[in-house]
Structures are given as C-alpha cells and as structure tokens.
Design a protein around this ligand. Structure first.
Ligand code: SF4
Length: 309
C-alpha cells in the first residue's frame, strides 16, 4: 500500500486513514515549518500525479481487509498538497459509493480559488485549510508560496469556498516564534478570517523537526493567549506533551534505533509506532543508512530494517 497510511490515532480527527495523492514534497508552498523538509516541486499545476484508480484500488483493498481496525475518517493529506491531484473530486465521489466513512481533506487552501476544485470538494465531510498570515510579507516569510499566489487570492478562495460548502470547515493556524506570533498579527488574523465561514479554528505550532532550523515553536502560554484573542471557536491542538520525548531530529533517530535494535521492522511498523508520516520515516532511515547504523533485507516480499551491529 504505497499511497495509503494508517489508520493512526490523531488528536485532531481520531482514527484517520491517510491517502497520499501526490509525489513527495509536491506543493504550492514551501513552509518553513514543514516536517517533511523543503518543497522539491513547487507548483500550482493540477495533474493526475498518482493515478486515481491506483489509489482507489488501494483504498478498496484496505477497507475490505480492515477487520476491526477503527477508521473515523479517510483523510486526503500526505506528502504535499493533496488538492494538486486533478482527480481528487473523482476519488471522493468513488469512495462515497463504497463506504460511509466520512472524508476529510487536509489542505493548505491555496487552490480553493479554483471553482472546479470548489465543486469537487462538495462531497467531502470535513475540509481543514490552513492560514498562517494576515499580510503579504508574513505569508511570503512563513509559507514561501509559488510566485502566482498572493495572500489576498488565497483568503478570498477559502472565503468563497466556505460560503457554499455544506460540510464542516476547521481552519488551522500554525504559529512560529518571531514570525506570526505578535498580538498585533494574531488580532489581524482574527479580522481576516471573519470573511470565512468556519466551525473551528485550530492553533498549532511546529513540535516536530521543521524544514528550517529557525522555525521555532511558540510556547503553550502564547497559544492560550492567542486562543482568547481568536474567540470561542478556537482550540489549541499542538500536542506538546505527546511529542515531548520526540522533539528533535536526534530524538527521532534514537527512537528508530531503539525500535530496530529490538527486532527487524518495516517502514510501516516504525511509522505507526512512532506516529510519524511514512515519508518522514523514509527520510530518517536514509540518514541512518548513510551512517551505517541500519541494514535491510527482503523477507516474504517485505523489506525489514535492523541494527547494523
Ligand atoms: S506544511 Fe503542508 S503546505 Fe506547507 S510545505 Fe509542507 S506540505 Fe506544503
């Protein structure tokens, strides 16, 4: 199952079966806090990057084999911006025909200005766009967008979509120390999002190793203050406690090494045990292999990783 991951317990949407619709780090943005590293293909071109029928076959297989596995949402997210896949609407429509599990879309919201994308998302149950800035300079500093994107275009796209969408919309705001965390900027975000019809605002901060070392998380107390500024629908979702033990690249490497010293494991085993995305696991396994700390071998058509003692 290359395009499907989980289901993982996620604080935000309970048990989520992730669906990846695009190649690694294909995105409209290059956020300084991105936990997958820098964007390697910055684009706004919608294409069928991964064939929709391949993804649908994988979903069907997982659903037919899942037994008692809990899935609260089928979530389009993954290695970059899922709405870049031109067949997103087609996939949502097909999934709706085979299961009643609700569908969520985790998106950076930058392509919601497209009326055809707005139409495609109408059958989704939950859309979670993100918005981290209330002025153009901050947008460029934190999200490093594709040159064709402006904050005004993005906000107006999310706002128009929100007026017609029948499902729920939760807006995520990622707060980065020294970039968008002043009270003035938080208040201005509050003003900008008045145009958007929202069910929730979710405040987050980078608790995992970011693309850029200078993208530091803000404190929990600052997030709580921001919550009071942004009002009742706002909640803090940054999970400091859960990630306290795994907050640096070295911690993640150590956690992976601890696992593989115990027994040979697959990439999926590491991903589900540590609750980190498969692509992140691939990145760290690559580093550990370069350091000659990990070896791998095929067994029963699966690749297992073990400690290179
Ligand atoms: S955080 Fe999301 S939107 Fe930003 S670069 Fe990474 S994948 Fe793209």
């Amino acid at each position: 199952m290359k395009q499907i991951f989980g289901s993982f317990p996620s604080r935000r949407i309970c048990f989520s079966l992730g669906v990846d619709t695009i190649p690694f780090k294909t995105c409209t943005l290059d956020c300084i806090y991105c936990q997958l590293g820098r964007t390697t293909n910055k684009t706004v071109e919608r294409r069928e990057y991964i064939p929709a029928d391949t993804i649908l076959r994988e979903i069907e297989k997982i659903l037919s084999q899942r037994g008692k596995q809990k899935i609260d949402y089928i979530t389009f997210s993954g290695s970059g911006e899922p709405t870049l896949n031109l067949k997103l609407g087609y996939m949502i429509e097909k999934i709706k025909k085979i299961t009643s599990i609700p569908i969520a879309i985790l998106t950076n919201g930058t392509l919601l200005y497209s009326s055809s994308l707005q139409e495609e998302l109408q059958l989704a149950d939950l859309v979670i766009p993100s918005l981290d800035a209330s002025d153009e300079d901050t947008f460029k500093a934190i999200n490093r967008p594709h040159p064709s994107l402006t904050l005004e275009k993005v906000v107006s796209g999310i706002a128009t979509f929100s007026q017609n969408f029948q499902g729920k919309i939760w807006l995520e705001v990622m707060m980065v120390e020294g970039i968008n965390d002043s009270f003035e900027k938080i208040k201005k975000i509050g003003e900008v999002i008045k145009e958007i019809k929202l069910d929730k605002i979710q405040l987050n901060t980078p608790v995992r190793p970011p693309a850029e070392e200078f993208a530091h998380p803000v404190s929990l107390s600052l997030l709580k203050k921001a919550k009071t500024i942004l009002g009742e629908r706002c909640e803090v979702i940054a999970h400091f406690k859960k990630h306290q033990e795994i907050t640096s690249k070295e911690d993640i490497k150590d956690a992976i090494l601890t696992m593989i010293k115990r027994r040979p494991v697959t990439l999926e085993d590491i991903s589900s045990s540590l609750g980190i995305h498969l692509n992140e696991v691939i990145k760290y396994i690559g580093i550990l292999q370069e350091e000659n700390l990990v070896t791998s071998r095929m067994y029963n058509k699966k690749r297992y990783y073990s400690f290179a003692s």
